[in-house]
Design a protein around this ligand. Structure first.
Ligand code: ASP
Length: 381
């Protein structure tokens, strides 16, 4: 990491912005610590910077990821450490933000998104709902690792109870890299969250000048800056220079129309994803059931097609009240509801990819384990 850069960024942070950090940048690694974070974050005020009355007040909640990643080498775009910098330093790298919004940072976690778990999802969603009830908060930006960003964004899309804009942002290159994409992505996320037209659009994701609905966005490339795509349904908007333009409305229920409420949820049920492949075996289903899974998403081949062995494993799981959802490993397209679903009491995932199908099933199971009712959720959300 370039020490001079860090020093300048820190100084800029002190001079230009007020940030508050709920905890240090160390990774919270156990459940107790996370629960403490939740309690502290519920208890503390939503303190937001409201300095310039003509600007929107935007809260930036940081969770870590490459956007807060750093390496000793500025040409290292792969071997860096995610979630190294605190939110104060991340915001300070974009001093121009103070011209477009009153921005206050808050550290919810500082992890690579491969370590975002159900407990952190609940902490984050509760914090977002708490903050959005405050009249002084006009919108929220969440900084997040890109690997599982779409899962967190879709979870929030289903459980946030507000029309105010929530924008999830990440970056493909660490903060220490030449041509880091994080600073501009963050600037644009704040810009979107400050835009009146962004209201009522559900949770949005922005990277690489695009605005996407959390329902339809997915990561499609391991390293390139144009990794995030909304393949069949398209983006809902675009940013060009200072102009934020919306062109499409997200379909499917979200936020204020969603019936999922996590305000009292302490734990989400275990839902696992099992891959379909040649020669796959029943025992992986047996193992998931034995370990206590309440739901299984099958990342099946093609249009959710399952092998004879996989069907045996899945039908045995159903007998033990485990809900089976057929999704697809194809990466794109709808898994259609077929006769086999009715025969075996399976559910089909519509156009949700396996990782998002898992998010919906965790929430669905908090209401029912009836496959017909759960099927109706996949048709609505
Ligand atoms: N491993 C990183 C993460 O998801 C990747 C990224 O943020 O781009 O946290």
């Amino acid at each position: 990491m370039n020490i001079k850069w860090l020093g300048a960024a820190f100084l800029a942070a002190s001079l230009l912005l007020t940030t508050s950090c709920a905890n240090s940048s160390t990774q919270e690694s156990n459940q107790n610590k996370k629960e403490n974070t939740t309690n502290q974050s519920e208890a503390k005020s939503s303190a937001v910077e409201t300095g310039n009355k003509s600007l929107a007040n935007i809260k930036v909640l940081a969770t870590g990821g490459t956007i807060a990643g750093s390496s000793d080498s500025d040409t290292d775009t792969t071997g860096y450490k995610s979630g190294s910098l605190g939110i104060d330093k991340v915001i300070a790298s974009v001093p121009q933000i103070k011209d477009i919004a009153n921005v206050t940072g808050e550290q919810v976690a500082n992890v690579g998104s491969e370590n975002v778990d159900n407990a952190l999802l609940l902490t984050l969603a509760k914090r977002v709902n708490h903050l959005l009830k405050d009249d002084k908060v006009d919108g929220i930006v969440i900084t997040h690792g890109t690997d599982t960003l779409e899962e967190t964004a879709y979870f929030l899309h289903l459980v946030v109870k507000s029309e105010k804009p929530v924008v999830v942002v990440g970056s493909m290159r660490p903060a220490s890299a030449i041509s880091a994409d994080g600073p501009l992505n963050l600037y644009q996320a704040v810009k979107i969250a400050s835009t009146k037209e962004a209201k009522g659009k559900g949770v949005m994701v922005t990277l690489n000048d695009r605005i996407a609905s959390a329902r339809f966005i997915t990561k499609t490339n391991t390293t390139t800056t144009d990794s995030f795509k909304s393949l069949e349904q398209g983006y809902i908007g675009e940013i060009a220079g200072e102009l934020v333009s919306f062109y499409n409305e997200p379909t499917r229920k979200h936020t204020t129309e969603s019936e999922f409420d996590i305000s009292k949820t302490k734990e989400l049920p275990q839902v696992d994803i099992l891959y379909g492949y040649q020669n796959d075996q029943k025992y992986v289903y047996d193992a998931a059931v034995k370990a206590g899974a309440k739901g299984i998403i099958v990342a099946a081949v093609g249009n959710g097609t399952m092998s004879t062995e996989a069907i045996k494993g899945a039908t045995d799981a159903v007998k033990k009240d485990v809900v089976i959802v057929r999704s697809s490993r194809a990466g794109n397209g709808i898994v259609t509801h077929e006769k086999m679903d009715d025969e075996h009491h399976f559910v089909s995932s519509d156009s949700l990819n396996p990782q998002k199908a898992r998010i919906l099933l965790m929430l669905a199971l908090s209401k029912t384990s009836d496959p017909k009712k759960i099927q109706s959720y996949y048709e609505q959300y």
